[in-house]
Ligand binder design. Structure first.
Ligand code: GLN
Length: 552
């Protein structure tokens, strides 16, 4: 039978519950246990797929096509294990299930209520992952902050489960903030005492308290928290700010978070966690030998969570190349033909981001033209790939006004068009082409060499597609469709041979990059950017042969 760990949050949001949960999961996995993580989000949207990135950051897509919270990306990047529909549940999903059952008459005339019907559905979704027999431990992160009205049914479900499963089969970790008051030069525990009290009023008593702090905690402070929150001193865990999220598992190991949890769950601690590959990655990340600057061209660049998986993929690929990747945000709305050279000056590569709608689209197209003509490594993802096709059509094929029908339904050259199966769809939620699809790579193409395979599977989230009516014309002009869906012939990858790196993918490679398995396209993109940056350093008149400039 699986054991359950619940992670709640107190005092403020954004304390990093997802990272703490992922770090604990990593340590338990490294000790040989089978672990998964699940997140409950207390909002009423059925999933975050319809949310603007400004609301809730990036929408992360799982293999089975669920549009989920970005914390699932952290879970996958840390555990190197795919998540699924079952790993992200919202209040909207819970209510939808209960209301559908009520309409079917499944409640046999009973009054349907938050307790027991909503809480029962929450419990069912918590237990489902553990019941399948695939996991020893299920970590459930409860979104929101203790004290929020919408979190109450989740806390109540945890209270009931603790009673039903017994204390040796589940435990509660409460993540809290210990603020530092500069004027008093003191760390303060009162907000933590209050949030633990609030949790206790709802019948849930935390077993472990993880304290986020900006200043080191001393033993007496831990003792004080232990005394007032009714836990043992070794169950008060210090989580200091660190330079990268990837250090948190090692911090938690030092603080013995994993051993304490195992002891409380009556699981014997049989071996040390095997973290050598993780440490190797961290070493490369901390001591890079070179540096590149990549322009991230998008329209949500002011919000760091909007392109989370892309930024993390750069970190993985940078470490692999022993290269520091500095990401420079370039807002596509403000790129014009007059300032494009100035905006892109000093960049060693451009990544044109995914997105929806016309805002900022012309800036993306202009940036791509500049990268194509100046041999700057370019990587386009989803909308970024579509923009590369539009740019090529307009400026190489001479198809003036070529566009995606998403931006201009009356374009004379709709080189990107709505997919056939999308034409009948009228509702927005969960209706895109979502999740993993196979893709065949053209033998001898750039991407086939990068992946070193002939067929791949990657995750999608889009409605529009490369219009195959223009494929022949594009190929004649030198663009290669190097990845195609074997069943439908949809073009999934385009590339330009002869350019140091010009690749666009209809899918989202960033969703599959993990610490242990950096994504090959990101690794090669950074390698190309490194090559570009090296070349800039050598005056052209003294340029060395390629092989000497790039010993790697
Ligand atoms: N808006 C485009 C489409 O729906 C691209 C989507 C994306 O970049 N994820 O096809």
């Amino acid at each position: 039978m699986a054991k359950y760990i619940f992670v709640t949050g107190g005092v403020t949001s954004s304390l990093g519950k997802g990272i703490i949960a992922a770090s604990l999961a990593k340590l338990l996995q490294a000790r040989g246990l089978r672990v998964t993580i699940q997140k409950f989000d207390p909002y009423i949207n059925v999933d975050p797929g319809t949310l603007n990135p400004y609301e809730h950051g990036e929408c992360y897509v799982t293999e089975d096509g669920a549009e989920t919270d970005l914390d699932l990306g952290h879970y996958e990047r840390f555990l190197n294990h795919p998540t699924s529909q079952a790993n992200n549940v919202t209040t909207g999903k819970i209510y939808q299930t209960v209301i559908n059952k009520e309409r079917e008459g499944a409640y046999l005339g009973k009054t349907v209520q938050v307790i027991p019907h909503i809480t029962d559905e929450i419990k069912r979704r918590i237990l489902i992952l553990g019941n399948e027999g695939h996991f020893d431990i299920v970590i459930t992160e409860l979104g929101g902050t203790v004290g929020d009205i919408e979190s109450l049914p989740y806390i109540e479900a945890v209270r009931q489960l603790q009673w039903e499963l017994g204390n040796e089969n589940c435990l509660v970790i409460h993540l809290t903030l210990i603020p530092y008051l500069k004027a008093a030069k003191e760390l303060k525990t009162k907000p933590t005492q209050h949030s633990v009290r609030m949790l206790s009023e709802n019948g849930v008593h935390p077993d472990v308290i993880v304290c986020r702090t900006e200043e080191p905690m001393y033993l007496d402070l831990k003792k004080k928290i232990a005394l007032f929150c009714n836990v043992t001193v070794d169950s008060v865990i210090e989580a200091n700010d660190v330079s990268t999220i990837y250090e948190v598992p090692l911090e938690m190991l030092r603080e013995r978070l994993d051993t304490i949890c195992l002891q409380k769950l009556h699981i014997p601690v049989t071996r040390d966690p095997e973290m050598s590959r993780w440490r190797e990655f961290l070493d490369k990340l901390k001591y890079p030998k070179s540096r590149v600057t990549i322009g991230l061209i998008g329209k949500y660049v002011e919000l760091q969570d909007a392109y989370k998986s892309i930024l993390e993929s750069f970190i993985h690929a940078g470490a692999m190349n022993e290269c520091k990747v500095v990401v420079q945000n370039v807002h596509s709305e403000f790129i014009t033909s007059e300032n494009v050279a100035e905006k892109l000056a000093g960049l060693d590569g451009l990544l044109v981001a995914p997105g929806f709608g016309p805002r900022g689209i012309e800036g993306k197209i202009m940036a791509i033209r500049y990268a194509r003509e100046h041999q700057i490594p370019f990587f386009g993802i989803c909308l970024g790939m579509q923009c590369a096709v539009i740019e090529f059509s307009r400026n190489v094929l001479g198809l003036a006004g070529a566009h995606s029908t998403e931006m201009n339904p009356d374009s004379p050259y709709p080189v990107i068009d709505l997919m056939e199966e999308q034409k009948k769809i009228t509702t927005k939620g969960g209706t895109m082409r979502l999740g993993a699809y196979p893709c065949e790579l053209t033998p001898g193409s750039l991407v086939q060499k990068m992946y070193n395979r002939s067929s791949i599977s990657e995750r999608h989230r889009h409605r529009y597609e490369f219009n195959n009516k223009y494929l022949h014309q594009m190929e004649e002009a030198g663009m290669v469709a190097s990845g195609k869906n074997p069943a439908t012939d949809l073009v999934e990858i385009i590339e330009l041979p002869g350019h140091p790196f010009f690749v666009g993918t209809q899918f989202h490679p960033e969703l599959k990059s993990t610490v242990e398995k950096p994504h090959p396209l990101f690794v090669e993109f950074i390698r190309a950017a490194k090559g570009f940056s090296e070349k800039k350093k050598v005056p052209t008149s003294f340029a060395l042969p390629e092989s000497v400039v790039h010993p790697d």
